[in-house]
Ligand binder design. Sequence first.
Ligand code: SIN
Length: 274
Amino acid sequence: MKLERLNPHLGARISGLKLDQLTMADRGELRARLDEHQVLFFTGQSLDARAFHRFAAIVGELQAPDDAAPSLKTMEGDLKAIHYIDVEGTARGTYSDVWHSDVSFFEQPTLGAVLQPMVLPSLGGDTLWASMYAAYEALPDSLRRVADELSALHQVAYQGQAMQCVHPVVRVNPVTGRRGLYVNRLFTKGIVGMTPVESANLLELLLGHCTLPDFQLRFHWTPDIVAVWDNRFTMHYAVRDYSEPRRMMRVGLAGERPMGLADYAAAQRQTVAA
Ligand code: SIN
C-alpha cells in the first residue's frame, strides 16, 4: 500500500489496496487514517454496488437513508443505504455546489461519507473539500477564543417543515481532541445569543475565512476512485461546471452529537474518574 499526501492540510491518495478484500479488522486503521488526512482517495478500484456497500460498512455504521440525505434517491432493498448523487436538470447553486457539511441540521449529523463515481462528465465535475481544523487553527488567538464559546443554529426547510439543531461553533474530535470550526454556508443560519446584524457579520467573517483557498483541496475524479471523507471536520463543494451526465453513489456513515469544548472537557473528566 502506498499513501501520498495531496496538500499540507488534507487529502491522501492510497494505492495498492483492494477495498473488496478488507474486513472489519481494518476499520480501526481506516478510521485512524481518516482522522489524520480527512479525505482518502483509494485508486485502482472497480466496486459494484454490493462491494461498495460492504466497504462502506467496514468504514463505519451505515446511516439510515433519511438521516444521510432525506432528499436523495436511494437504491432498492438491502442496498437502500446507497444514495444516488445525480444533478441532471438542476441549476447552478441549487445542489451540492454550495460549501456544506452534510445534514448539519440534525442532532447527530453524518460522521463521514463514501463516494464513488458511476458516470463522469468528460470535463469538470470536480469536488472540493476544506479542512475545518486548518481553518480553526489559522484564526488569530483572540477570534479562536470568541469562537470557542459560541453556538450556532443549523437549519433547512424540507417538504414544508423546518429541521434544525443548535451545535457548537468549535467542534472537538472526541478521539484526538483536535478542534475544528463547525459552520457551513448551506445550513448555518445564525449565531445564538446575538442580534441578527451581529450574527450575520460574525458568521460571514467565519464562513469567508473557512472558504479561503488556503484550506482547500480540489479533486478531479477518475472512474477508479473511491473516496471517504470526514464530514465532521471538513466542508465540501461539488463544482457544477459540466453539461454531460454525472452520477455518483454515496453512503452516509452514522455520526454522533457534535462535541464542543465543554462537552469534551466533561468527557475527559469522566474518563479520568472511571
Ligand atoms: C455531496 O455529497 O455533497 C456531493 C459530492 C459530489 O457529488 O462530488
